[in-house]
Every structure is written in structure tokens, then in C-alpha cells.
Design a protein around this ligand. Sequence first.
Ligand SMILES: [Zn+2]
Length: 116
Amino acid sequence: MNKTLLEENKAKLVAERKRLKSVLGHNTTADEEFPGGLRPQFMEAGTEQGENASEVEQFANDLSVNDDMEERLKKVEAALGRIAAGTYGVCIMGEEIEEARLRAEPAAETCVAHAK
Ligand SMILES: [Zn+2]
């Protein structure tokens, strides 16, 4: 594994983890009625029928965006875990992951051939 690339990607992953955590923290507020105690904030869009519909839609969008970011955060943290464990840059099938792929996607867990 290229040590320079490893250090670069570690820095990228740490920065991305920090960004995701701050964005996720910003978009949620403590609310014990909501599963996990977190509730995405959504716009107060008025009381008319159509406005309520857009409010619900906005809420659903926030939930789905939050889910995507939670997934991404898990991936980033898993990659940082592999760096700590000394297994970073190895495909789940055992071979080394191409450097170009790791440059494009620091959190990659497979080589190009085994990517979904
Ligand atoms: Zn592979």
C-alpha cells in the first residue's frame, strides 16, 4: 500500500467524517418521541392543504437524505477502522484495491472488479 496515498486518504476520511457528523447534527434536534431521539427539522410551510403536502414531502426528503448520510458515515468510519487495523486498501475478496479507485473513493471496500 502506497504510504502517501494512505495518509492522504486518512486525512480525507477524517475530514469527511467531521463534515458528515456536523451536517447530521445540524439537521436533527433531540426529540424523545422520535425513534433514536432524533427528528429531522423541516420547514413550517403553512396550513393550506397543498402546503401541508409539500411539508410532508420535505420531511420525507430530509429523512431520506439523513439516511444516505448515515450510510455514508458508516462507510467512512469502516474505512478509518481498516486504516487503524492495517487492512486498508484490501478488497473484501482479498486482492489490493487499485490506487486510482482509492483516490476516487477513499472509502472503497472493493477493487473495481468486485464493485457492485
Ligand atoms: Zn476484488
